[in-house]
Design a protein around this ligand. Structure first.
Ligand code: GDP
Length: 206
């Protein structure tokens, strides 16, 4: 087992807009994904905590940007889940503004982890995030979540297909399989975080 540097991560604050975020100093990695993509489960597995990301699920908080501190200078950021059923247009528009503003202006942001359910990858929202991050010069890593829902062969096929597709939208983005259930891929995801948050200086093989 690799050392888990994220198990003392704790909830810091939640805010509907980037203006009330914690001071923009130190290093941050943001987690983005459509509702039900498995974002909360992944955050819990990565930090080895059962209920960390539940904070973001409490009513009134679902549209918040939630900040979790790893230590004094490093944070994980849970962006609001997107695309749930029939969200009114104005809500989507407001959400998009908050997210783009955050992605475009946040100086401490080192990279974005984008979560996609392996059975429903590369939806409109996912493509937008890839394009935004590429335009903003932000590193991006994809977790294909719930990989346990597919057999090994089909899971690999999706992995290769998504790799091929994202290369056109964000040439430097990387992709891996992930399951919060088995769990599979947590060490690989933490290695990316370690690199972006400067715990390690050598880039992991993706
Ligand atoms: P979020 O809305 O993106 O935060 O998604 P959640 O983490 O709440 O997960 C949504 C649903 O997918 C829940 O019912 C989870 O139990 C389920 N889920 C999440 N991750 C996995 C996984 O790796 N494997 C399986 N089989 N189910 C998962």
């Amino acid at each position: 087992m690799m050392k888990n540097r994220y198990q003392s991560t704790s909830f810091q604050l939640g805010t509907p807009n980037a203006r009330q975020a914690p001071p923009d100093i130190g290093l941050e990695v943001a987690f983005a994904g459509r509702s039900n993509s498995g974002k909360s489960s992944a955050l819990n597995v990565i930090t080895n905590q059962k209920t960390l990301a539940r904070t973001s699920k409490t009513p009134g908080r679902t549209q918040h940007i939630n900040f979790f501190s790893v230590d004094d200078t490093r944070r994980l950021v849970d962006l609001p889940g997107y695309g749930y059923a029939k969200v009114p247009k104005e809500v989507k528009a407001r959400w998009q503004r908050a997210i783009t503003q955050y992605l475009e202006t946040r100086r401490s942001l080192r990279g974005v982890i984008l979560l996609m359910d392996i059975r429903h990858p590369m939806k409109d929202f996912d493509r937008q995030v890839l394009v935004w991050c590429h335009a903003a010069g932000l590193s991006l890593h994809v977790l294909l979540t719930k990989a346990d829902k597919l057999k090994r062969g089909p899971a690999k096929a999706v992995l290769f297909e998504v790799r091929r597709e994202i290369a056109e939208l964000h040439p430097l983005a990387t992709v891996q399989l992930f399951s919060a259930l088995t769990p599979h891929g947590a060490d690989e995801a933490r290695a990316i975080l370690d690199h972006w948050l400067e715990f390690t200086t050598v880039a992991p093989c993706a």
